[in-house]
Design a binder for this molecule. Structure first.
Ligand SMILES: NC(=O)c1ccc[n+]([C@@H]2O[C@H](COP(=O)([O-])OP(=O)(O)OC[C@H]3O[C@@H](n4cnc5c(N)ncnc54)[C@H](O)[C@@H]3O)[C@@H](O)[C@H]2O)c1
Ligand SMILES: [Zn+2]
Length: 692
């Protein structure tokens, strides 16, 4: 159990706040503590007297968290505003539980002040409680009681009759009426436990409502803490070391992701924190995982059950790979049978039947979903479920919902309608990219472009400081889930392999590799030392080979095809004076791309080359001696160089990193599905480099 939750309400911070601002203040404090509610879970409301924009009269407005979003981060625009009297009047239109799904279609007619935010299906829980402030939360400690065999009796014991008990019922209009009835029967109630679901409570001020949330949840925590801990029956398999766990997951990921992505590609997430490891490695994990997760909010994101895999302390990833097909087939068959058994004539079609969450004893919990945030949240939901199971197993024992009820939530037509309203996915969503030289000019621009198209990206670079800055910049733009970094030296085989292992641990697979780490050097051939020659060949030719080979291996094992983009140079095609080592290495990269294209075609792995020329802006190459040397070679000042290249080009244009990134994105995506072994010059036109 998690210890007492301390108040984070500071009176001085709330001076002068309006009722609705106080609602936001309270909601942020409730939502940012995962012990009080899970991500996206629960909702809060306030009933506020406001001037009607139409009549100027003061009316009661229900501010209630809108559909979707998360109370920790939602602002006022995340809340629906409804005329309270109109919502209450819906009772006259309500035709009984069989028809309650028609009510949400009427909420837009209750909208106050043209607010476009859609009201959630939990709106009646708030409307029918005659207190000014209402919170509906999913606290682990309360759900432990709500899911335990003798939860109702324990509710009386813990809160001494101040908290009611409402038997399991899907959220909606009728649940709102039930809560009102409980309150009418016992006006002293401070809240109700909703069986297999969560808590609802109320008060007449925002602060009192917040304090009540803490008091009720803390009472549950304190009660549970007095029960003996059970450690889920103790370990069945001992946890492997951090390095062993990561190596295991990386070795498993390509084959696992390939199979889980049969219908749609997925992005992975690993949680091997102590509490997760203890649970998945425990004696009771098998029994508890089979009961399924703990809160209706989870079902859409995690599916009702995880796939728990039988592993002992010595099972190798290869041994598990050999068992993957029957394991996944078994899960899919079970999930399909659940859908068949529970569906109604109008139920939505079977969704992707593969597991979202996998529990690997001794290793951790791996989840795969449509993007990194969904995969992470699925695993966070399971962490909530582990807390709930921990609590419920201290007394009475954990009980899940009957399959038919879980199904009615997972395949709820109202949820299906929400899924259908989601914006279309971007061209590279569900794709995992690795970019070498990702901290450099062209590498970072390419990463940004792939991220804009919806991919997630791991940047690899030898320059740790530049890498930190690049990742911070991109994470700010695209969110912390979308980008990761690894320090790697492309010349070193072990370092390259570790970087690819990293992308497999962080994102669970690999679809796109952009080989871009590089440098440039200039010297007449007689002055080209062996050291300089080797430096160019090591970073460029060998570096591209090492990363290309490792990416190729992973893509082939995944069986989902892939796209490798080689950033070579105009100099791969056209020789430049006084740069023999660089030009030769660039030609080697181009030819390497063709060789990989040949071998990759049978596996759907496409390999194409982009040839930039004279990208001065943003490039670190052009900040060093290369710039001086080039300026000297053409007999111009360094400041004139950009102009010189512009004039030299056929199109009379400068080339920028974003221009190169555009070509990278095209080769990365499906629009170039029919191209491999190809090349695209991004050089503003240079007849020496015309391909032939
Ligand atoms: N800028 C141009 O005019 C131009 C023209 C043609 C080709 N290119 C090629 O484009 C690629 C990117 O160049 P850029 O202009 O972005 O340069 P850049 O210097 O801005 O970026 C290159 C990145 O590669 C990294 N790197 C260098 N050695 C490495 C190593 N051993 N291991 C890992 N990372 C290493 C650097 O730290 C840097 O962040 C290079 O291959 C370059 O040859 C550039
Ligand atoms: Zn809920």
């Amino acid at each position: 159990m998690s210890g007492r939750i301390e108040s984070r309400w500071v009176d001085a911070e709330t001076v002068g706040l309006s009722e609705e601002q106080l609602l936001i203040y309270r909601s942020q404090r409730l939502g940012s503590d995962l012990r009080i509610t899970n991500y996206g879970g629960g909702n809060t409301s306030a009933k506020v007297r406001m001037a009607d924009p139409l009549t100027g009269e003061r009316v009661e407005v229900l501010w209630v968290k809108g559909s979707g979003g998360d109370i920790a981060s939602a602002g006022l625009d995340g809340y629906a505003t409804l005329y309270l009297d109109k919502v209450l009047a819906l009772e006259r239109r309500y035709r009984g539980r069989e028809h309650e799904d028609e009510i949400p279609g009427l909420y837009p007619h209750c909208t106050f002040n043209l607010n476009p935010r859609a009201a959630s299906i939990d709106t009646p829980l708030h409307a029918f409680v005659p207190f000014r402030h209402v919170d509906h939360m999913h606290p682990d400690a309360v759900i432990a009681i709500a899911t335990a065999a003798d939860g109702e009796a324990v509710t009386r014991e813990v809160w001494g009759g101040r908290v009611g008990w409402i038997g399991w019922q899907r959220p909606g209009f009728d649940l709102g009426l039930k809560i009102r009835a409980a309150l009418r029967a016992n006006p002293q109630l401070e809240g109700c436990v909703l069986q297999n679901h969560g808590l609802i409570h109320w008060a007449d001020s925002s602060k009192a409502c917040y304090e009540r949330a803490l008091a009720l949840v803390n009472a549950a925590i304190a009660w549970l803490e007095r029960k003996p801990a059970h450690l889920f029956g103790g370990p069945k398999v001992s946890a492997r070391t951090h390095e062993e766990r990561r190596a295991f997951v990386a070795a498993l990921a390509p084959e696992l992701r390939g199979r889980l992505s049969r219908q749609q590609r997925k992005v992975g997430h690993l949680d091997d924190s102590r509490e997760v490891l203890d649970f998945v490695s425990s004696q009771w994990c098998e029994r508890l995982a089979a009961i399924g997760t703990s809160c209706p909010d989870h079902f859409l994101r995690t599916k009702i059950w995880p796939l728990r895999v039988e592993l002992d302390a010595t099972t190798t990833p290869q041994q598990l790979v050999a068992r993957l097909d029957p394991l996944l087939d078994g899960y899919v068959a079970k999930y399909r049978a659940y859908w068949e058994a529970c569906r109604k004539p109008d139920s939505p079609a079977l969704r992707d039947p593969f597991p979202v969450v996998l529990m690997l004893p001794g290793i951790g919990m791996v989840s795969y979903a449509k993007d990194k945030a969904f995969a992470r949240q699925a695993s966070e939901f399971w962490v909530n479920a582990i807390h709930v199971m921990d609590g419920a197993e201290r007394f009475g024992g954990y009980r899940g919902l009957p399959d038919a009820e879980a199904f009615s939530i997972e395949y709820w037509l109202l949820e299906e309608a929400k899924l259908k309203r989601l914006p279309p996915e971007r061209p590279l969503s569900r794709r995992i990219a690795l970019i070498t030289g990702g901290a450099g000019g062209i590498g970072k621009a390419s990463a940004r472009r792939l991220l804009q198209e919806g991919a997630v990206a791991l940047l690899a670079d030898v320059d740790a400081a530049a890498l930190d800055a690049a990742v911070a910049e991109l994470a700010k733009e695209f969110g912390r889930d979308a980008v990761r970094a690894v320090v790697a030296d492309v010349r070193d085989e072990a370092s390259v392999n570790a970087a690819v292992e990293r992308v497999l641990v962080e994102y669970g697979g690999l679809d796109l590799a952009v080989l871009c780490a590089g440098l440039a050097s200039a010297a007449p051939v007689e002055e080209t030392t062996l050291e300089l020659w080797r430096k160019n060949l090591d970073v460029l030719a060998t570096g591209y080979f090492l990363f290309g080979r490792e990416a190729f291996r992973v893509m082939k094992r995944q069986g989902l095809g892939g796209s490798i983009v080689v950033i070579a140079s105009k100099n791969a095609l056209a020789a430049s004076p006084n740069a023999s080592a660089y030009c030769t290495a660039k030609a080697a990269e181009l030819h390497l791309a063709r060789c990989l294209a040949l071998e990759g075609a049978a596996h759907g792995i496409r390999v194409n080359t982009v040839n930039p020329d004279a990208v001065l802006r943003g490039s670190k190459i052009w900040q060093g001696s290369w710039r001086t040397e080039r300026a000297a070679a053409y007999g111009v000042g360094e400041q004139e160089l950009e102009e010189l290249y512009r004039k030299r080009s056929l199109l009379q244009q400068n080339v920028y990193p974003e221009d190169v990134a555009e070509a990278v994105a095209w080769f990365a995506g499906e629009k170039s599905a029919k191209s491999t072994g190809n090349l695209l010059n991004v050089d503003a036109g240079n007849k020496e480099a015309f391909p032939r």
